[in-house]
Design a protein around this ligand. Structure first.
Ligand code: UDX
Length: 436
């Protein structure tokens, strides 16, 4: 591999990209401003949980191809620079905060050697790449900037990076495309579709994809509301419409809705950007998608009140799941944790269990009680809430835990538990979007 790579920003996306590119045989240097994170990664250990990634990281660091540093000057030795920093929601509105992207590009610009290519991977509002490219060529005229959005899902980060369902590159000229084709040759050789776009389209592809996914989830959650009102069953409805290949059966799992570091902030930033561009009306529907999503959290609390009482003071509620999805320790904008916190604020004694997310959850909500085992969480509870669909929870024997709880009532916030099994064991079983 004659090209060498740098990855600027070593969070979830950057650490994954760096380790995966190294595993393809590249020499990769990861640069991050956080010395603790850099030291941890350099020792081969991961500051977050992602299946298989720690093993890959350790193996690549050991191979000598992958290293990490806080020194931006390290990029001077490399040819292609992937920018993987975060673009969180701004503190004062819906828009994305671009501070980190701008400062990352500014920090590497003075060190770029002739012919360098800066490749943005962060999710940014459309127009950002063009403006960053303009700034970059002022400082480093013999370099170029491209955009290469990332579609990786937490829990599948390695697979989605090394065998993605497509590669999308936003480029301003043929040379940038050729460089990226060279970098991704091992992945392209697998037959991966390659899409060349202009810079703005490549930025839009990412937010359009996430908006579509969010819309699918909120659509089925809206159907769940109607099923509840009409006496229907959303799980049967989803199965039935999903057989139509134009609709598809993925992302039609009704429940407490989407969370995480991407979908909620991306649809909000997209709306904010459309408004700036004078296309506000085109994305008005996303406001409704967001509202349906947040309402799902309240609807599950309504079911809790229906089962216990309007006043929630004094009840013990066991919450199974804190992360925004299984196989992750990410609690950013987690519907499960939000619901747990709201029930706690309403006066209940909430005990939260999660296979991987207890420590991050504790940092965010130190006043909730956390249990290391499912049995400890449910002991003496008036009600059990299933809020993140970890495999562990589907393996619970309802007969076994029946002896531990005060009341055998469970609410499935993810429509993933076997209702008949729980009912056979004597439980009152309720779920979102199912009236029976
Ligand atoms: C998402 C996109 O899928 C990915 O392509 C992009 O790069 C980053 O954002 P991720 O945040 O890892 O990935 O989560 P995803 O698997 O999309 O799930 C998002 C949320 O939707 C989770 O909270 C999940 O529980 C929820 N969800 C998903 C549903 O409620 N129902 C579904 O049918 C599917």
């Amino acid at each position: 591999m004659d090209l060498t790579l740098s990855v600027v920003g070593c969070g979830y996306l950057g650490a994954t990209h760096a380790a995966c590119m190294s595993s393809l045989g590249y020499t990769v240097v990861g640069v991050d401003t956080d010395p603790e994170k850099v030291a941890q990664l350099q020792s081969g250990s991961l500051p977050f949980y992602e299946p298989g990634l720690e093993t890959l990281l350790a193996q690549e660091v050991k191979s000598g191809r992958l290293s990490f540093t806080t020194d931006f000057a390290a990029v001077a030795k490399t040819d292609v620079h992937f920018v993987c920093v975060g673009t969180p929601q701004s503190k004062d509105g819906l828009a994305a905060d671009l501070t980190y992207v701008k400062s990352a590009v500014a920090a590497i610009a003075p060190y770029l050697k002739k012919g360098s290519l800066v490749v943005g991977k962060s999710t940014v509002p459309v127009g950002t790449a063009q403006s960053l490219r303009g700034e970059l060529v002022k400082i480093a005229p013999q370099s170029d900037l491209a955009w290469n959005p990332e579609f990786l899902r937490e829990g599948f980060a390695i697979k989605d990076t090394l065998t993605p369902n497509r590669l999308v590159v936003g480029v301003a000229n043929d040379l940038a495309e050729e460089t990226l084709k060279k970098v991704y040759k091992p992945i392209l050789d697998l037959g991966t579709p390659w899409i060349r776009a202009d810079l703005p389209t490549s930025e839009l592809v990412k937010v359009a994809a996430n908006s579509f996914l969010a819309t699918k989830i909120s659509f089925i959650n809206a159907m769940a509301e109607v099923c509840e009102a009409a006496g229907g069953d959303v799980t049967v409805l989803a199965q039935a419409i999903g057989y139509d290949p134009r609709i598809g059966n993925k992302f039609l799992q009704a429940g407490i809705g989407f969370g995480g570091g991407c979908l909620p902030k991306d649809i909000r930033a997209f709306m904010a950007r459309a408004e700036e561009l004078g296309a506000k009306q085109a994305l008005e529907f996303l406001r409704e998608i967001d509202a349906i999503n947040l309402r799902a959290r309240l609807r599950v609390i309504d079911v809790v009140r229906d089962e216990l009482s309007k006043e929630l003071t004094g009840y013990k509620i066991a919450v199974l799941g804190a992360t925004f999805k299984p196989d992750s320790d990410d609690v950013r904008d987690s519907p499960a944790l939000d619901i747990a916190a709201q029930l706690n604020a309403a006066g209940s004694h909430v005990v939260v269990h999660d296979p991987k997310g207890i420590e991050p959850a504790r940092k965010r909500f130190p006043n909730l009680e956390y249990a290391e085992s499912i049995n400890d969480a449910v002991k003496g509870s008036d009600l059990v809430l299933h809020l993140t669909e970890w495999k562990e929870y589907r393996q619970i024997d309802p007969n076994e835990i029946a002896a531990l709880v005060k009341n055998k009532v469970i609410i499935d916030g993810r429509n993933m538990l076997d209702r008949d099994l729980w009912r056979k064991a004597g439980w009152k079983f309720r779920a979102l979007g199912r009236t029976d």
